[in-house]
Design a protein. Structure first.
Ligand code: TMP
Ligand code: ASP
Length: 235
């Protein structure tokens, strides 16, 4: 397999073509942004840690019946993935209140929600990734009704699986964002699952082990990612 031209550069990752039209390389950068890139920085070795964590999580989800784009880990910062057409919505699940839920609805941070809250946001930085409902997603032609139902079904399963996965590492999954793509007519999990895209609190202490350390200037940012990596890989 040969690495070819750069296809796309995002805030945290770069996609490269390969000599196989169905496969691309997802390269993880150290760049970090928050609040729609109003806040920018770098976190030393974040790309290496997020690649390793994402690979482990995708392997676990794949082994438990969730179709994902992961083919294999290629190197420290590179993951070989299926070339999908990304559905331009961010899918969020919240188990406890944090972040924008607290800001938008005046809820106390940490409040346990009586059932998981499922959200769609429009993946569009120019419009600040606005919250949208299923009618927006279908009506704007971003996904079909059938795809919306499939994304919801898969996301609920991913939540149950990831809650268990992290709890076994003494980490509580507070919320997360995932993205889906279309591959040969099927909806599959794409992008990444890492401390950039999940809120992860240590059980008992409530210590934040995720990108909120960067968003909120809590300090020891790299150490949070390292702690998650250590627990996820057992090293
Ligand atoms: P929020 O509380 O800021 O809406 O974030 C909810 C979850 O989604 C949290 O785990 C962080 C993640 N997230 C992303 O991965 N990318 C984003 O652009 C945003 C806004 C949130
Ligand atoms: N990654 C997003 C951004 O740049 C936000 C976030 O994760 O908080 O703006």
């Amino acid at each position: 397999m040969e690495k070819r031209e750069k296809l796309y550069e995002g805030k945290a990752k770069i996609m490269y073509a390969t000599d196989d039209a169905d496969l691309v390389i997802q390269y993880f950068k150290d760049d970090a942004t928050a609040f729609n890139a109003k806040k920018k920085g770098t976190i030393d070795e974040k790309g290496i840690m997020n690649n390793a964590i994402s690979c482990k999580v995708f392997e676990f989800l794949g082994a438990n019946g969730i179709p994902t784009h992961l083919v294999k880990k290629l190197s420290d910062r590179e993951m070989l993935v299926k070339k999908v057409e990304i559905v331009p919505v961010e899918v969020i699940i919240r188990n406890r209140a944090a972040g924008s839920l607290c800001r938008n609805y005046g809820v106390q941070e940490g409040k346990i929600l009586s059932r998981p809250i499922f959200e769609f946001c429009y993946k569009n930085d120019a419009f600040n990734d606005p919250l949208m409902n299923e009618d927006h997603v279908v009506g704007l032609g971003l996904a079909t009704e059938k795809e919306v139902a499939r994304m919801r079904e898969l996301t609920m399963k991913v939540n149950e699986l990831m809650k268990k996965f992290f709890l076994a590492l003494n980490i509580e999954l507070i919320d997360f964002k995932i993205e889906f793509g279309r591959f040969k007519g099927e909806i599959i999990l794409a992008d990444e699952v890492s401390p950039d895209t999940c809120r992860l609190w240590e059980v008992g202490t409530g210590v934040r082990l995720d990108k909120d350390r960067f968003r909120q200037d809590l300090g020891n940012i790299k150490e949070g990612y390292q702690e998650v990596l250590k627990r996820v890989t057992g090293k």
